[in-house]
Each structure stands twice: as C-alpha cells, then as structure tokens.
Design a protein around this ligand. Structure first.
Ligand code: MCN
Length: 792
C-alpha cells in the first residue's frame, strides 16, 4: 500500500532547488529588458508645482519619461479601494504617479525608462521637481490632534470610525467589582521580505498579449488589475509569480503603481521593461503596519472573570487606505482570543498620517489585539494577586461551548463564530512544556544568584482560511506524473510539498510523482491569493476535491478496462487494482492513456492492458459514453466561514541588572491548526513567525522624524533579529479538526508572530516588576523605565 503522507513531516520538495541557488526570481527573468527607476517624493507632504525634464533629455540611453500628464484613461484615475467597507467613510488612494500632491516620502512622481538602471538613475537625478512643501502630519498624536490635515477634505484625519458591540459593556464595567484601565502602544513596523518588489513585462504586438512577471502574493488579482487599468481583455494578460523571496503581507497589494506602470511602458515602447525595487525604495514606498494606540477599560469580579471589556484603538493607516479598514477591524474582532469577555465594545479610529501607507503585515492587526487582551489579563492577575494562568483559564471558552458565537460581525461581514478548539487542553500542554508550575523555584534560585528572570504567557485565536474561494486542477499525465495547479502564489510556505501530499494520498500515488504549480495564471486563472493563512484550508481542500473527481473517473475508466465494478477497485501504489485479486490491476498512467483516445492509438501498453480484461474492441479506448477525455479535473472550495486556529506561547527571559539587555532563555509554543498536513512545514512557519514576533517585541520599529522622513530606511539601521537573537523554539501541537472543511484544516502561517509582543512583555514585566505598556522595548528603554522608578 502507498504510505499516507498527510501528517508526515516529509522534507520540502522545493528546498534543494532554492538552497542551491536555482531559484528564479523576477530579477532573474532573462531577455533584453529596458530598466526603470522612479523619481520619488523627498517630502512627506507637498504640492507639486512643476516637473522639468529638459536637463535629462540628452542623457545617452534614455528611452522614456512618464509623469501624471502622460497617463491616459483609467491609468489617470486613482487606484481602487480593494476592500470597501461602509465604515470607511473617507477612503483615499493614490494615483500611480502623483498628480498634484504627494502625501508621503517615497511616493512615485516620475517614471524613467532607460537602457539600464544606472542610466535611469542618472536621468532621475537630472529631473527637477518643484514642490511647495506643506506641514506634515506624523504619528498618531499629531493625527488625533487634527491641528493639520493630511487630506484637505478629510475632517480630523479620520478615514474610518467604527463601533462594534456585543451586550452593554459600559454598564457591565460600571457594575463590576473591579475596574482597570490601560493605555498601550505598539509601534509601526513592516514585512521586510528579503526580496523586494519587482516587475518584468513583455508585450507581444503580434499576439496583442502581455506577460507580466511580478513578485506578488496574488497573481490573478494583479492580472485583473492590469487588464482593467490598461483596458486589455483579461485573456490577453498572463501574470506569473515566479519564486517569491518572501511577502509577509506587503505583496498582497494589487496593483502596486509599479505593477501597472511597467506593463504600460512595455506596451507603449513595444519592448520588455523591468523594475527591481531597491531596499531603500522598499522601506519608503511599499507598505508598513502595526502602529496603534489602545485604551482598554475592563470590569471583572474578584475571581478574575470578565464582566465587560471596552477597547478604543487609534490606528495609523498612513497616507492612503487601499485596504480600507482591514487592519483595525481585525484588531478589534480578533482581540478577544480564547476568552468570553462578558459584554464587549470596541471602537476604532483609523487615522491618516503623512507616512507610508499601512497594509496587512503577517498577523495583520492581530499582534496588536493580542497585546491589548493579554496585557489586560496580566493586569487583572496582578491586581487580584492571582496566577496569570489561572485568570486566563477562568475566562476560557470551553470545548463544550463550540461552536461559539461572539455576537459580533467578523471582518468578512459574516458572524464571528469560533468553529472548534480546546483551549484548556492547549494551556495544559503549554504549562507542562515550559514548566510553569516549577518556575517559582527556578526564579528564587536565580534571584539568589543576583539574576533577574521572568516568565510570560500569551494566548490567541486566529480566524484563518477566509473565502470566498480557491480552486485546484489535477491531471494524471500518460507517464503517470500527476500535475497539480492552483492559482494562489507561494512565497516560501512549501505549497509544492503540501499540495503534493494531499493529492498523493487522494490518488494513492507516491508523493514524488506529483508536481505542483502555483501563481501562474496560464495554469490556473481563478484565484484569490496567499494571505490570511488561507492556502492550506482553501487550496488544500480544492486540490483534494479535484483529486477526488480524478479518482472517480480513474475507477470508472479502469473498471471498463478490467471489466470490474468501480466499487471493487482501489487506487494504490500508482495503480488501479481489483480489491483482493492479485495481478488484476492497471497502472494509473495507462488509465490516463485510456482516457485520451488520440494518445491511445499510439500506446501498445495501453492496448495490452485493455486486452488483459478482454474488451470487445481493443482498438477503442474505454472512455465511457459521454465522458470527457483526459484524466483531469478542476475543483473549487468555498468555505461557509473562517475556521479558527488557536495557540499559546510562553517565554522565559533574563534581563541584565546593569545593561538591561534582554535575553530569551526559552520560548515554547503549543499550536492547534486542526489536521496537520506537514508538521515540519507548520513548525517552520511557526518558527519564522516567532522570529518576526521577537523582532516586533525587541527590535523592529520604523522611526520617523517630525518632517516625516524615515530615519532607519536600511538594514543597517532597521534592526531585525539575526539567528543569534532568535531563541530555540520548542513546539507542540494539538489537532482539533475543523468541522468546516473536508480535510479538517485550519491555517498556520501567521500564528508564530501574533503573541510575540504580548508574551515577551509579560515575561519582562515578570522579571522586572515594571509595567510594560509599549512595544518594542529596547535595553535603553528598559533602563529608562527602571530609572523612572518602576524597577524591581
Ligand atoms: N499547513 C499544514 N497544515 C495545516 C496548516 C498549514 O501543513 N493544518 C502548511 C500549509 O500547507 C502551508 C503552510 O503550512 O504550506 C502555511 O499554511 P497556511 O496557514 O495556509 O498559510 P498560507 O500558505 O496561506 O501562507 C500565508 C501566510 C501568511 S498570511 C504570511 S503573511 C506568511 C506566511 O504564510 N508569509 C510568508 N508564511 C510565510 N512564509 C514564508 N517563507 N514567506 C512568507 O512571505
């Protein structure tokens, strides 16, 4: 029997190629392409008075210069709002090249096309843009004060103001025996994938077709956007995401201005044109996230049980809102984690600032929500003198209460209902893994040696696998190779391996016979994209459903050949067999030939296979009357609603009494994403997420000055944790299958990052006896807090 591979930690099939430098990224795409550079705004806020290109025109190698004035029709309109929401009362999006105003440093103003990038950059230097600088709005405080406006026609800088309620939280809090208030802040950070953005476009004038390679998380969406903006029929546009060196959210946006401008130039010039983002461009002209102030008011009883929770969030959405309110609404709907809040009220203000636009970054608003909720849990425990774990346990939704309806609306407009999960069991595992109950003893021993150690915990629940749909195509080739395609893209998640596992098990073939393509609109045209930890749930189930159709057909065709009832047949080891009859079998490759009348004529082996069972006419393949040729099928999966994964992290930290250096001694994760397709890949995902969580907790922040200049727009200045700063991560799993999809899967791709700031704040607070309300925290900030007199 073929061994089942779902659930097995098989190595990633894509790794040998990627690890030996065989990856093919956008910048590797060959061809004699012209190259693009952009003149970008040096001002955070300014009116454009004049653009003078005269001095640039005699540069050797210059091919074209485009400003807003050169744009036509839909290219001259602002970019769309990708996720409209009634709460977004003042949505604003940029033009692909600034029209008459710039609203952040890095906004593209002029596009230059030249024979190479050096020439293009030289041309940019010779273009004189005259600006009339306006005072910028930088930071949440400045935006809230509304003394200055980012967009003249947006009162108070508020793009959206939304209130969500379940019960009457203000009264519940007023009547509660205990009330606490917290003011919290998470600073702005960013996805920072190692490969920046990049676009390569070719126009075929004979075929009137466009091929675009782009480093994206959503190639089908880019195709739709490019076709719409350039007014081409979608079937004349191919968009291919080749290998993508990380996305982490920033590459979901579609289209980036560059993604339509580069194809526009390719069409107008009739040449291949490419643009590769440099690192500084990425920092100032892609997107950031995090960046929230929060005020929490909570009412609870003397046992620590919540009666009411009232949270206000001020969210910095940067200069524009292409993603509407998606980040703050995720914060306020997913903040509740595994807890019953009593009554709940959440209110957010999404605010414009003259800084880079904010779009989802791995976790997408959840790390901020988790920080608010988990800081609150710790504050309650401290207030009542209770163990932090006890307070959490007392507020958990119990397994018997699933499905649990919060009485709120989720970000996708559907009811916020948790489908499944066992939070007490998750916590039990975590306590054992980290040794929660033994820690007091360890702390006392460490204290006796003059060491400061602390333990922290944070819990989260994450809505994953959002719809509306994803599709999969499965085909058995006549050599027995199984070809799988799905439209969503891959940025390092190991999709080639996991989708191969799913299909291999459905068809009973060895996993190395399955070849998976993602992110290529030539192979699969309808897809939504890779974000929101949705690929495993969505495309995993879609390829399974397609494979099940292929299986059904294989049994039917083989049944004809073997003159057996399909119900007596099974698929295993790459063959269709008559159950219990040794030797009565036909290879799946032959079934593929039998399903293909034209191929059959050339295949003696298939004819012999047919003769084995003595068909009436061996020259005629046994494709049943009315059957479509080909052993292939397309399947779509569309979920009734999101499925909710959950997890809990605990960390032990040590803080240096003199230098305030913060070291993570242990970091433990217990995670439940339902049925695991590949535990090794899920652990890799969690480890990568934890690394980003550690970055967000201790190192990573975007530092703007008052003029709106980003001061640390390079990897020299923006601190990311190296492998030396990322601790060993101890991981354990629970598998509570989702009842919402055939494979029982929940997503895992963002889990690692969500509680990073919360768990490390909890542990540092425990080590230091200092209230931590703002993350990230550096040694110098910890030192300052100690000096302010809050120290242990
Ligand atoms: N998986 C599994 N079993 C499960 C759940 C998931 O084996 N029960 C596997 C999946 O099959 C997939 C991986 O784990 O190979 C992540 O699955 P999933 O949770 O579905 O997440 P996506 O594949 O949709 O990936 C998106 C997610 C997000 S939102 C961000 S941001 C992110 C992340 O994945 N960006 C990444 N992980 C990343 N990893 C890399 N290397 N690079 C990025 O840019």
């Amino acid at each position: 029997m073929t061994t089942r591979t779902v659930g097995e930690p098989i190595p990633r099939a894509e790794d040998p190629r990627l690890l030996t430098g065989e990856g093919r990224y956008v910048d590797d795409i060959g061809g004699d392409a012209l190259e693009v550079a952009f003149v970008r705004s040096p001002h955070a806020h300014a009116r454009i008075v004049d653009i003078d290109v005269m001095d640039a025109l005699d540069v050797d190698g210059l091919v074209a210069i485009y400003t807003y004035e050169d744009l036509r029709d839909r290219m001259a309109e602002p970019l769309p709002i990708l996720i409209p929401h009634p709460g977004l009362t003042h949505g604003r999006t940029p033009y692909v090249l600034a029209k008459d105003e710039v609203n952040h440093v890095g906004e593209p103003v002029v596009m230059v096309v030249a024979t190479d990038r050096y020439v293009a950059e030289d041309v940019c230097d010779r273009i004189a843009v005259e600006y009339d600088p306006l005072p910028p709005v930088v930071g949440i405080e400045a935006a809230r004060s509304a003394a200055l406006l980012v967009h003249d026609d947006v009162p108070d800088n508020v793009s959206a103001h939304l209130v969500q309620e379940s019960g009457d939280a203000p009264s519940a809090i007023a009547q509660a025996p205990n009330v606490l208030e917290l003011d919290l802040e998470i600073e702005r950070s960013a996805s920072t994938p190692l490969e920046g953005r990049g676009v390569h476009a070719r126009w075929d004038p004979d075929d009137r077709s466009l091929r675009v390679y782009t480093s994206t998380q959503a190639s089908t969406s880019v195709r739709a956007a490019v076709a719409a903006k350039l007014e081409l029929p979608a079937d004349r546009v191919e968009v291919i995401a080749p290998d993508v060196g990380g996305g982490f959210g920033v590459k979901i946006v579609h289209p980036w201005p560059e993604e339509v401008l580069v194809p526009m130039a390719a069409i107008r010039l009739g040449r291949a044109v490419k643009w590769t983002e440099d690192r500084r461009e990425h920092f100032v002209s892609s997107a950031h996230e995090r960046g929230q102030f929060q005020h929490v008011r909570v009412g609870f009883d003397d046992d620590g049980r919540l009666h009411g929770l009232d949270v206000t969030v001020w969210h910095d959405n940067g200069a524009y809102t292409p993603y509407g309110i998606i980040v703050p609404i995720i914060t306020t709907t997913q903040l509740l984690g595994p807890y019953k809040p009593g009554a709940y009220r959440a209110e957010f203000f999404s605010l414009y600032t003259n800084t880079l636009t904010v779009t989802p970054y791995r976790g997408a608003g959840r790390p901020q929500g988790c920080f608010a909720m988990e800081r609150t849990m710790d504050a309650i425990a401290e207030h009542l003198g209770l163990d932090r774990v006890t307070v959490r346990e007392r507020n958990f939704i119990q397994p018997g209460e699933m499905p649990y309806d919060h009485g709120l609306t989720f970000q996708d407009g559907r009811p916020l209902i948790y489908d499944s999960g066992d939070y007490p069991a998750t916590l039990e595992k975590l306590k054992k893994l980290i040794g929660w109950d033994e820690f007091a003893e360890y702390r006392a021993a460490a204290r006796a040696e003059g060491r400061r150690v602390g333990i922290g915990i944070a819990c989260y629940v994450e809505g994953t696998g959002v719809g509306p749909y994803e599709g999969g195509f499965v085909k058995v080739e006549t050599d027995g190779t199984v070809v799988v395609a799905t439209g969503l893209t891959t940025q390092g998640q190991g999709h080639q391996t996991v989708f191969a596992q799913v299909v291999a098990d459905e068809l009973g073939v060895p996993v190395d016979r399955v070849v998976v393509t993602t992110g290529d609109t030539r192979r699969f045209g309808y897809a939504v994209g890779t974000f929101a930890s949705r690929a495993a749930v969505m495309s995993g189930n879609a390829v399974a459903l397609a494979a099940r159709q292929v299986k059904e057909k294989a049994l039917r065709v083989a049944g004809e050949a073997l003159e057996a009832d399909p119900r007596d047949l099974e698929l295993a080891d790459g063959e269709v067999r008559v159950k219990g009859v040794p030797g009565a079998s036909v290879p799946l490759s032959t079934v593929a030939v039998l399903s293909n009348p034209l191929r059959y004529a050339f295949d003696d082996e298939a004819k012999r296979a047919t003769q084995f069972a003595g068909p009436s006419d061996p020259e005629k393949p046994p494709v049943a009357e009315g059957d479509e040729p080909g052993l292939e099928a397309t399947g779509y999966y569309s979920p009734p609603r999101s499925t909710f994964a959950n997890g809990m992290h605990a960390a032990i930290v040590e803080t240096d009494p003199d230098t305030a250096e913060i070291s993570i001694l242990r970091y433990c994760v217990v995670h439940d994403c339902g049925t695991l397709i590949n535990p090794r890949i899920v652990e890799g995902q969690i480890h990568g997420g934890v690394a980003q969580g550690v970055g967000g907790a201790l190192y990573e922040r975007m530092v703007y000055d008052d003029a709106g200049q980003l001061l640390n727009a390079s990897f020299m200045d923006f601190l990311m944790p190296y492998s030396t700063e990322v601790p060993m991560i101890e991981t354990d799993h629970l598998q509570t299958p989702s009842p919402l999809n055939p494979l029982g899967i929940k997503g895992a791709g963002e889990a690692g990052v969500i509680p990073g700031a919360a768990v490390l704040a909890s542990a540092i607070e425990d080590a230091e006896g200092i209230r931590i309300s703002r993350m990230p925290i550096s040694p110098s900030e910890l030192h300052d807090l100690r000096r302010e007199g809050h120290g242990a």
